[in-house]
Every structure is written in structure tokens, then in C-alpha cells.
Design a protein around this ligand. Structure first.
Ligand code: ZN
Length: 76
């Protein structure tokens, strides 16, 4: 397991190791810049797949046409 404690990935700051495992992998409790929080798998953080609590996606969707938002929904 790679220790992610204290790391920062985009808007997420890793504050603790989560008790739960996701698909057998270590998950981390991350605090988002917006004040939200989210439990994220370490590899998703490192690959840059999860970069916020969801607020980045919400902001992007708000700026896009509904069709484009639907296509991208569920990513990042
Ligand atoms: Zn956020």
C-alpha cells in the first residue's frame, strides 16, 4: 500500500486512511478545497481520475451544453 497521507491531488487533500476498502484496495478520506469530502482509492488519485469531491464535475457540467454534460457524466 502506498501511503498517500498528506498528499494533495488537484482539489483533494488526503487527511486519513479510510476504514473501508474499495475492491480490496486502500481508500483514503480526502478533503476537498470546496469544503466537501470524499473517500477515494489511492490509484484513482495517482492517475488523476478523481480530482475533487465532485464539485469539479458539477462546475464543468454547468458550463457545458446538456448533451456534452451527459456524455461526460460519471467521469472524474
Ligand atoms: Zn469539492
Amino acid at each position: 500500500m502506498i501511503d498517500e497521507l498528506g498528499n494533495k491531488y488537484s482539489r483533494l487533500y488526503v487527511i486519513a486512511l479510510a476504514d473501508e476498502r474499495i475492491n480490496g484496495q486502500a481508500a483514503w478520506i480526502c478533503e476537498c478545497q470546496c469544503g466537501g469530502s470524499r473517500v477515494v482509492r489511492g490509484n484513482l488519485l495517482r492517475k488523476g481520475i478523481t480530482r475533487s469531491c465532485g464539485c469539479l464535475v458539477r462546475e464543468r457540467v454547468a458550463k457545458q451544453a446538456p448533451m456534452a454534460a451527459a456524455i461526460r457524466c460519471g467521469h472524474a
